[in-house]
Design a protein around this ligand. Sequence first.
Ligand code: GLV
Ligand code: GLV
Length: 376
Amino acid sequence: MVKEWRVHNPDGSRRVVVTKELPGERWLNILESADCRVEICQSSDVLTGVEIIDRIGSQCDGAIGQLTEAWDAELFAALAAAGGTAYSNYAVGYNNVDVPGATTARIPVGNTPGVLTETTAEMAVALTFSAGRRVVEADRFMRAGRYEGWLPTMYMGQRFVGGTVGVIGAGRIGAAYGRMMVEGFKMNLVYFDPYPNERLEEFVTNYSAFIEQQGGTPVTCRRLTSVEDVLAEADVVSLHTALDTTTHHLINAERLSLMKPDAILINTSRGPVVDEAALVDHCRAHPDFKAGLDVFEDEPAMKPGLADLDNVVIVPHIASATVWTRQGMATLAAANVAAVLQGYPLWDDDDVLPFLSGEVPAAAPSIVNAADLGLK
Ligand code: GLV
Ligand code: GLV
């Protein structure tokens, strides 16, 4: 099927290809200010590599792509051959991008951190409670007209306050989730990450002192030495690692068997971090175990049996889906491309909020292969 494309600022001297419509206007204004003609695919179908290469054509300065597309070495070679020098993923994760391939083609790869941290953590919290308190199951029960009156034993779920929350991957999103669970529900935090997150530990220490001052029970934060230790100790485990060869099937049958029989597993990272078929088996064998999933191994497909399980809550990869965040991601992706095309330096602050309002800083918010390309 031929796909429809919309053109913004047709007279721009630079040409930027955007493979999906993005929310808001600010991102378009940024590219227009950089003298870009912006061509935006209007289809909701995933574009193939051939379709993208076709659109890049013989002259293209930059592109904004999606996590559903495989941006491989061939695509970056095609972009470079068309004179392209800029790419941004519309996502913080970039497992869909062959970064070495982009580096070989001398193309900086942008991503969109910093605007989706809390939003994604909030979805992880929402899934935690939906799963633990059986919200979706109970909602289905109501809609089916099966509620015949209050009962002392109906839909009993998990209690969170004072329990132990486990975070695997304590980067920005994992740390935000951990803080929310500690602050909101006075949970003790255990985490696994190759690197200690000192800010997170300090936060919990200070917060605990505050709680004690108020006459409450102190809370703790401990970095454990293995994923296994976190799985064995926590009542809720939330996954926040990037997907790479070291985290593929990080959660498999053997590791699931280490978890408490009534534990909750949350995944808002990437589907293949969990062996989904093993999770289906585990949830089937342990009806008190719960899972909340935003991402799937063979997205958009689910492994057979997953959708039949009452103890699993599933949503379609929407953890970053708030208007503010999705518009912010568009702004950052556009700012990455516009900055590279205009030869601007890298933004040297973790805080990217200055890009979201007022005058746009003359800098690239986040380039993942900046060091390899010698960018400053
Ligand atoms: C979404 O999954 C992202 O990586 O931004
Ligand atoms: C992503 O923003 C992370 O570092 O968790």
